[in-house]
Design a protein around this ligand. Sequence first.
Ligand code: AMP
Ligand code: ZN
Length: 115
Amino acid sequence: MAVADCIFCRIVAGEIPATRLFEDDHVLAFADIHPSAPVHFLVIPKQHIPTLDDVTEAHEPVLGHMLRVASALAKEQGIGDTGYRQVINCREQAGQVVFHLHLHVIGGREMGKMG
Ligand code: AMP
Ligand code: ZN
């Protein structure tokens, strides 16, 4: 169910504009508004899941779908061969600021080591 004050639920509902890259019944992909690399987009479940810690067994199909959609879009965006990262931040110390689960897809430049 949509959460009224959630920015990503509002993007799903079309109440806030976004550069939409892909959409189906379960997921939405859109460009990150503050890209940290030449290619940076987000893949989100349409359903409001706050963090990775809220994922249940019932969510496993949509999480797997997000990974595959992300890879297909990465290819489409031209970074399939050079490589890219898929990142999910969980809670404050990881840098999560939007509490609607989202998968970052980042590429188009050399990445440093994680950490
Ligand atoms: P995180 O820090 O993992 O919670 O990532 C949140 C991401 O959402 C950041 O990279 C923001 O730039 C991005 N973001 C926030 N608001 C919007 C928006 N309205 N449209 C697109 N991306 C957004
Ligand atoms: Zn939400």
